[in-house]
Design a binder for this molecule. Structure first.
Ligand code: TPP
Ligand code: MG
Length: 308
């Protein structure tokens, strides 16, 4: 049984996992001269906590080095199932925005479910570690490059678990850009109508989407008030404060209906060249200048030294 407070040693361990997540995502961006680095920087602590302290995932069912892509699923051949790397449960974590896949691959590498070398070797043609993850990508459950799909899938699985008496909670990470899509609100409405106490949602509230800052693209207003009006149990928290974030995640896991954490994140956190990119709306996808590459390389080396 998890305690409601995280001690100093566990906090340091979670911070180390978060640091590794940032390093692996940064190495990806360096190697590919571009990547979804900000999403990893904004969710590093949340993913580290979910994986190491909050969810009961079970050991990975797949090898540390993934096989090459074989085929799309067919009758009699389910193909490669990305969720197998998350273990057999009882809990499951679904990453909805597929461009957050790098953050999740980095989490698998930081928590011993993927060989870090595979991050480079298998993000090539024919590899399953796609930059926009799909259901065959390690750690990914749903093909959700078209956004706002995976919450509905998680919801369906939570309902199915209720009907079959299957234990365990379905956690879904969604993005604030997905709140600009109707399907998200339909799913939330049904989750409340069904009273799902096995559905837990983390909203990465980084206040940006692909075209820039949320208010400049399309204002979504008081998100927490809207979520409460829909009937959810709503929690709000700083996405980077590990010990109290842990307590909040545990608390929301006890709710008698669907609960959601509005996780206020700083997608520029961790590397010094990122904050100016926030100002200029160049954070959603980070293509590095030669100067940024040099700086990032040295900051990754320093961070790796601190956390390993
Ligand atoms: C249904 C759909 N509409 C539009 C897009 C184009 N798109 C790709 S990423 C993105 C931004 C979504 O916002 P968010 O996930 O919050 O982005 P981030 O915080 O990572 O910048 C958009 C609109 C898409 N992939 N799917
Ligand atoms: Mg966003």
């Amino acid at each position: 049984m998890a305690t409601t407070n995280l001690g100093p040693a566990e906090t340091t361990a979670v911070a180390a996992v978060a640091g590794k997540i940032r390093c692996f995502a940064a190495q990806w961006a360096l190697r590919a001269n571009g990547g979804y680095l900000a999403q990893a920087c904004g969710t590093a602590e949340v993913l580290a906590l979910l994986h190491t302290q909050v969810l009961d995932l079970g050991p990975s069912l797949r090898p540390m080095v993934p096989p090459r892509f074989e085929s799309t699923p067919k009758p009699g051949n389910p193909g490669i199932r990305g969720e197998d790397w998350l273990g057999g449960g009882p809990d499951l974590l679904i990453i909805s925005p597929a461009h957050y896949a790098t953050a999740h691959y980095a989490t698998l590498a930081a928590t011993g479910r993927l060989d870090p070398a595979a991050l480079a070797e298998h993000s090539t043609d024919g590899g399953v570690l796609e930059m926009i993850g799909a259901e065959h990508s390690p750690g990914m459950v749903v093909t959700s490059g078209s956004l706002a799909i995976a919450l509905g899938v998680g919801l369906g699985r939570a309902i199915a678990r209720k009907r079959t008496g299957t234990p365990g909670n379905i956690w879904v990470l969604i993005s604030d850009g997905e709140l600009q899509e109707g399907a998200t609100w339909e799913s939330l409405q049904l989750a409340v109508a069904e009273g799902l106490d096995n559905l837990r949602i983390v909203l990465d509230r980084n206040n940006m989407q692909v075209d820039g800052k949320m208010p400049e693209v399309m204002e979504i207003g008081d998100v927490s008030a809207k979520l409460r009006a829909f009937g959810l149990d709503v929690y709000e928290h700083d996405a980077h404060d590990i010990p109290s974030l842990y307590s909040t995640l545990l608390e929301m896991n006890q709710c008698a209906g669907p609960s959601i954490l509005v996780s206020y994140s700083e997608p520029w956190r961790g590397f010094s060249f990122l904050p100016p990119r926030w100002e200029t709306n160049k954070l959603h996808f980070v293509r590095l200048t030669p100067e940024e590459s040099t700086l990032l390389e040295s900051e990754v080396a320093e961070l790796w030294h601190q956390v390993s």
